[in-house]
Design a protein around this ligand. Structure first.
Ligand code: CMP
Length: 139
C-alpha cells in the first residue's frame, strides 16, 4: 500500500517575478506529486516569522523575512509518495550555487535567500507549516 504524504511548498516572490510559476508546478506534477491546496497570498511579517521560527537569530533572518514579505507568493500543499524528499530533490540545494543542474534552484535561483522555492524539510515540519498556512487542513 502506498502512503500519501504531504509537503508545504512556497513559490517565493522571485518565482512569481521570473514568470516561472507554471514551470515549477509542472516539474512537481511531472514527478507524480499532486496539488491538494493552492493559494496566492502576500505573506505578512507575523506569518513569515512563525513559518521561519527555526531561523530566528541567524544573521540572514532579517533579509529572509524582508524578502518573503516583499511581494506575493504561491503557497501549496503537494501530496504523493515520499512527498517531502521528492520535493527537496526537485528543488535542489538551498544555495542555488551548490544545487545540481536541472533542479529548480540551480536553474532559476538568484542566491541563497532569493532561491525561488521553499519545501518542508521533514514530515513533522510539513504538518506544522501546513497548519500555519491552511488552517484546519491536516489528516
Ligand atoms: P527555505 O527553503 O525557504 O528555508 C529557509 C530559508 O532560509 C532558505 O530557504 C534560505 O532562503 C534561507 N537560508 C538558509 N540558510 C541560509 C544562509 N546560510 N544564508 C542565507 N539564507 C539562508
Amino acid at each position: 500500500m502506498v502512503f500519501m504524504k504531504k509537503s508545504l511548498v512556497i513559490i517565493k516572490p522571485d518565482g512569481i517575478g521570473k514568470k516561472i510559476v507554471g514551470e515549477i508546478i509542472s516539474r512537481f506534477e511531472n514527478e507524480n506529486l499532486y496539488i491538494s491546496k493552492l493559494k496566492m497570498i502576500h505573506i505578512d511579517r507575523e506569518l513569515a516569522c512563525m513559518h521561519y521560527c527555526d531561523h530566528k537569530g541567524k544573521p540572514y533572518f532579517e533579509r529572509l523575512i524582508n524578502y518573503i514579505t516583499a511581494d506575493s507568493s504561491v503557497v501549496m500543499v503537494l501530496e504523493g509518495e515520499d512527498a517531502v524528499n521528492k520535493v527537496r530533490s526537485i528543488m535542489g540545494n538551498t544555495d542555488p550555487a551548490k544545487a545540481i543542474s536541472g533542479t529548480i534552484r540551480s536553474d532559476f535561483g538568484t542566491d541563497i535567500t532569493i532561491n525561488v522555492v521553499h519545501g518542508s524539510d521533514s514530515t513533522e515540519s510539513a504538518e506544522r507549516e501546513i497548519k500555519l498556512f491552511f488552517k484546519n487542513y491536516y489528516q
